[in-house]
Design a protein around this ligand. Structure first.
Ligand SMILES: Nc1ncnc2c1ncn2[C@@H]1O[C@H](COP(=O)(O)OP(=O)(O)OP(=O)(O)O)[C@@H](O)[C@H]1O
Length: 272
């Protein structure tokens, strides 16, 4: 297995990826994409455009109907078929979903929840595991004393930070975030976006940020993919897409933010 060191380069390559559920139109159709530990990629599109389906296939939570996903040159399907391969992949690629309520065990404290991946995936125990948990919580500006509470005893924004902490505690090389701020207040969104952006930059962690909210995505992503009906209809740098959109669908998405004309202005809208 390559890429287990902290500064190791990591790469997910998606080729001709497709997923069909029981509908005539595929949820995802023939998508190609490369994500590395240097990426900050936003995936935008309205509800039902296939964003979550794509990202869930990229981390092995969903099997593709067509095409392939590989990680550092190895087929993901093959990698996830062995216990060691699964552990290596989960240590290096982490996924955070929007729904924090169902993703935490209500009977475990938040500290236990964040400690678990450090123990299972990094083999840390006792004091070392607790130190790693505290370090991660502090990097996310989370008061470690909150960690002794149960998931139902903190706010939605705090719970979302803990779910991000649970992913970052293993210091992944690539982080996949699926609508992690969409359900939160704008002020909480801004704080989480700032924290995520600076964490990924300082730790050299690649980021895929899925959202139907354009300001948040523009704030955090250097490159963007616009999806509609399961296909990528526009792809480029965030500056190009926000300031010179070509596809009518992208123009329509941007129209929702009429009056905001530059990436900087969108970022202000996201973080204020
Ligand atoms: N498990 C499933 N079974 C059947 N259809 C599904 C399933 N998951 C997703 N779909 C369908 O696939 C399409 C894409 O859904 P997906 O959740 O990927 O979109 P999305 O862009 O992430 O939307 P949202 O922003 O609302 O999460 C939708 O038509 C959805 O109904």
């Amino acid at each position: 297995m390559t890429g287990t060191g902290h500064d190791a380069y990591a790469e997910i390559v998606v080729e001709h990826l497709g997923k069909s559920f029981q509908r005539a139109v595929p949820a995802v159709n023939d998508i190609g994409l490369t994500v590395t530990s240097d990426s900050a990629i936003g995936i935008v599109g309205e509800s039902g455009s296939g964003k979550s389906t794509l990202v869930r296939m990229m981390c092995g939570l969903l099997s593709p109907s067509t095409g392939t996903v590989s990680y550092n040159g190895l087929g993901l399907h093959q990698m996830l078929s062995t216990r060691g391969g699964r552990r290596d992949f989960r240590r290096e690629v982490q996924y955070v979903a929007q729904d924090t309520t169902s993703s935490f065990d209500p009977r475990r404290t938040l500290r236990d929840a964040v400690r678990l991946p450090a123990m299972r995936l990094l083999g840390m125990e006792g004091v070392a595991a607790d130190a790693r948990v505290d370090e991660t919580l502090r990097s996310l500006e989370l008061d470690p004393s909150l960690a002794d509470r149960y998931p139902s005893e903190v706010s939605g924004g705090q719970r979302q930070r803990f779910s991000i902490a649970r992913a970052l505690v293993v210091k992944p090389r690539i982080l996949l975030c699926d609508e992690v701020v969409s359900a939160l207040d704008v002020s909480v969104q801004g704080a989480i976006l700032n924290m995520l952006r600076s964490y990924c930059e300082t730790e050299h962690c690649g980021l895929v940020f899925v959202s139907h909210g354009l300001p948040a995505t523009a704030f955090i992503a250097r490159d963007m993919l616009v999806m509609n009906n399961g296909v990528v209809i526009e792809q480029g740098t965030t500056d190009e897409i926000v300031e010179r959109p070509r596809d009518p669908y992208t123009i329509e998405l941007l129209d929702a933010y009429r009056g905001i004309e530059s990436v900087d202005e969108l970022a202000v809208a996201a973080a204020s």
